[in-house]
Design a protein. Structure first.
Length: 197
């Protein structure tokens, strides 16, 4: 039996979310960037909200249009809140640093941290990222995460009056190269899956 796409999405998000919430023994606190179990149920019941969430996680936090940069709410928070920025970025990342935003349903932040971990354990990180492909195209998640978080990484930029100024373009380019490599592998995994069917 083939389920309509929206039912497949609902079931996939439900199972992913149940797995995600079980990764953290600590309860989450509801705020604008966190989805509680009850909010998840409401989201599942409201297809428009679900579609909006899927669109949002695929949308880069920084979009360059001509000579203008458009910032999402997350990007604005990174640019304006030094304390928050210090919480987001670390010198070294671990899998625990990925679990925390997943438990809060901050999927772009989790993917940014996975981009950081990718060079150290490519196969594991790629498998984890690709698991999301059933719900949201993983390549779009990776790209959106890069364009949300790379611009504000303290190892790359300084923030003056809420505006990023790149002082280490070499690190930015390395993250971009890693992001492109992940996207290429995700496309290859999709092709592999198609040909196996």
């Amino acid at each position: 039996m083939r389920l309509p796409l929206n039912n497949k999405l609902r079931i996939s998000i439900l199972f992913l979310s149940l797995g995600i919430f079980s990764l953290s023994a600590q309860p989450t606190v509801s705020d604008t960037s966190t989805i509680t179990g009850d909010e998840l149920k409401d989201m599942m019941a409201n297809e428009d909200v679900l579609k909006e969430w899927i669109t949002n996680v695929q949308t880069p936090g920084v979009i360059v249009e001509g000579d203008k940069m458009i910032f999402s709410d997350e990007a604005q928070k990174l640019a304006q809140d030094a304390v928050y920025r210090a919480e987001v970025y670390k010198d070294e990342y671990t899998l625990a640093d990925v679990r925390e935003p997943i438990a809060k349903f901050e999927i772009q932040k989790a993917f940014w941290r996975m981009i950081q971990l990718y060079p150290k354990d490519k196969e594991t990180i790629l498998k984890f990222m690709y698991a999301y492909d059933k719900v949201v195209p993983a390549d779009k998640l990776v790209t959106a995460s890069f364009y949300t978080y790379a611009f504000f990484d303290p190892s790359i930029t300084t923030i003056t009056d809420g505006k990023p100024s790149v002082y280490r373009p070499d690190i930015f380019e390395e993250y971009l190269r890693t992001t492109k490599e992940i996207v290429t592998y995700i496309a290859a995994l999709r092709e592999q899956e198609k040909s196996a069917k």
